[in-house]
Design a protein. Sequence first.
Length: 222
Amino acid sequence: MFIDNLEKIRYRMDAAAARANRDGGAIGLVVVTKYAPLTAVRDVLNSGRVLEVGENRVVDAEKKKLELGALAGKVRWRLIGHLQTNKAKKAVSTFDAVDSVDSAKLAAALDTAMTGSDRKLPVMIQVKLSERETQSGIAPADLPGLIEEVRKRPNLELQGLMGIAPHVEPLEAVRPSFRLLRQLRDEHLPGGKLSMGMSRDFEIAIEEGADLVRIGTQIFAT
């Protein structure tokens, strides 16, 4: 069932890319395992069709990786949720990339945590696309300053921008948010990747330029 769901998502990704005259094969899928039972995660990873997994919390990723054993090492783990600076050290030992950098303070903490490592930590800056107080992210107006701060950090590799569109109706109303993130990327981080679009709105995100989409609910639905 979960593999069928995965295939359907891939088909829809390719169709959305075709509508925008894009190469669907160049768009990455981050499988979000936040609410998925371990048996389902194991089935999906065993398929060999998943390259990247997304988790919102360090403690949840630690637990899943331990329980999955060697299987966990077959995919890249991306942190897609808000990270407190005091958990930076655990985050860099658990994740292969952090997509939710939203402050200079967090960038500094991650950079310090990577000191002595033989690799750079790939990161994305999360931009706030909603007026909701609870949504994390840097305000669009403050993005240039944060980009400069991240670039100063020798142990970090800035790969792009991440954003979460507001939950609005009709669905088409999310398009301006994705368009804004693309415009911010084009202006301030040319060549950077865009991580945007989730189960509800990933097709619109792809049409607007997403390089990575983050999907969990529609893959693990029963």
